[in-house]
Design a protein around this ligand. Sequence first.
Ligand SMILES: [Fe+2]
Length: 242
Amino acid sequence: MIDMTSKAREVRDLGYCVLEAVYDEDECQEIRILIDRLCAQRGGPSADAPRLVFHPLLRLCPEMGPFFGKAEVIEALAAVLQDDVRLAHSGGAVSNEQTKPYISGWHHHYHWEVPPGGLNRENPERVLGNVYTDGLSPEIGPLIVLPRGLNDSTNPRLDDRGTDWPGQVAVSAPPGSVVIFDTALWHSAKRGTRPGLRHLWGGHYQGWHNPKPHPEDNESDSPGLADYKRDLPALRRLIDGP
Ligand SMILES: [Fe+2]
């Protein structure tokens, strides 16, 4: 049983939290099959294209609906956002061991103007919920974060986006874990040492009472999602509202 209050506090105090192994191995295997099917349609990942991204993932693959509709993940997101949860963006990224050493350099997803006096928030307005189907480890390729308090500066720690930053933390987690993080959290990702695919997928989430547009918003709804929404109220509320 996940302590949602303490997870929400971790996001406020550190910028992120980990929900360990909320997808079991059978679910992870189903997810890999779905994402690998998308990869096969694009003919990769390969030596020429070691990283493929899929946006909006849920529109491209409505069969992912039940995994986006996972109740305990949505409950944690609601505790963090202090609101009913809206899926504002869905995406996936698959890479192999031939990708560049930094799968992605240091960046954040805040993309909104910071007031002259600095951030003054009670909760994050928008978070990512990234699912690491294969886990996070040096072998799979870690997520690296720069822990932050809720209203800390969004300025970069260093100008170089492709190097280690002082204070960084390599997040480790078992397969099927979700990392929920503030869009203001600086993060990067390194490739793993083990041959094979690293399956990352997930969404950006905002509260339904916060309609503020964001440059990474995308549309996940599609006719193919109708049956899943009908059968899964938690998924329907993510897409259509409470
Ligand atoms: Fe990112």
